[in-house]
Design a protein around this ligand. Structure first.
Ligand SMILES: [Zn+2]
Length: 271
């Protein structure tokens, strides 16, 4: 059994600064615990849904935009028992570790020093974490070093498409995944550069030879939020036949051999 729990579903500057949707990224519990894109609120939301961040084994950060990496250092501190134990793996874009022309690194040398390993992989690289393997996938985003992944598991593949423009090759990298989590920021007819819209999601799914069992829309931007992402999900589902969900804080997908179940967790009372 693999459990994927969302600690938010928001993306883009306006949803992030208003927290109309929370922006904590998501947690994968497979043979190891992996946190993906710890945006603002990742630490607080982890505790809210009883996902102890001290039990993390790895953190994946797709790129150096604040809605994806804001809580990285504090999550590293949790993973390393308060930066007292050398443990855990970081897999991140080059911009996260080194910064770029516009950004400082998202992680200090102090935090890098307490990690067991740091990977800055190129698309096509493979990294084993426990029984799973991450195949690193490309993106075309304003941070040109942005990476996604396709996680190979004994229960099928789980793909993550972070911020990206649509490009034909995207289909090839993610075709046949059982669960597809994608940053679909904009609604129909309102696409913007470097991000996927509902129209792109439809085109991508239609082009796939083996469509996913489940598509999860995440990284909901302000225009998508007010256009009603649930309506957009229904449209994608009607046009492509792929069961489509909108992520939200507490949304959990449970992947078993035979079925994929979803539910929304209640927040713990103490936060
Ligand atoms: Zn971005």
């Amino acid at each position: 059994m693999i459990e994927i729990t969302f600690l938010g579903s928001g993306g883009g500057r306006f949803i992030t600064i208003t927290q109309f949707r929370s922006t904590g990224g998501f947690h994968i519990a497979a043979s190891r615990n992996i946190y993906v894109d710890p945006g603002p609120g990742a630490l607080v939301r982890s505790w809210r849904y009883k996902l102890d961040p001290r039990k993390l084994d790895a953190i994946f950060v797709s790129h150096r935009h604040v809605d994806h990496c804001n809580d990285l250092e504090v999550m590293v501190e949790a993973m390393t028992g308060g930066a007292l134990k050398k443990r855990g793996v970081l897999i991140a874009s080059k911009s996260v570790v080194y910064g770029d022309e516009e950004h400082t690194p998202a992680i200090s040398q102090y935090h890098i020093n307490v990690l067991e390993s740091v990977h800055i992989p190129e698309p096509g690289s493979k990294i084993s974490i426990g029984d799973e393997e991450l195949l690193i996938t490309p993106s075309k985003h304003s941070d040109p070093t942005t990476i996604g992944f396709r996680m190979r598991t004994s229960l099928g593949d789980i793909s993550y498409i972070p911020d990206t423009a649509y490009f034909d090759d995207l289909v090839r990298w993610h075709d046949g995944a059982r669960v597809l989590i994608a940053a679909i920021t904009r609604p129909r007819d309102m696409g913007i550069p470097y991000h996927l819209s509902t129209d792109d999601a439809v085109e991508m799914l239609k082009s796939m030879e083996k469509k996913p069992e489940v598509l999860v829309m995440s990284h909901i931007g302000m225009k998508m939020h007010f256009a009603n992402p649930y309506k957009e999900a229904k449209y994608i589902e009607n046009v492509t036949g792929v069961k489509t969900y909108v992520a939200k804080e507490g949304f959990r997908i449970t992947v078993n051999k035979k079925e994929i179940a979803v539910r929304t967790l209640r927040p713990a009372r103490f936060v």
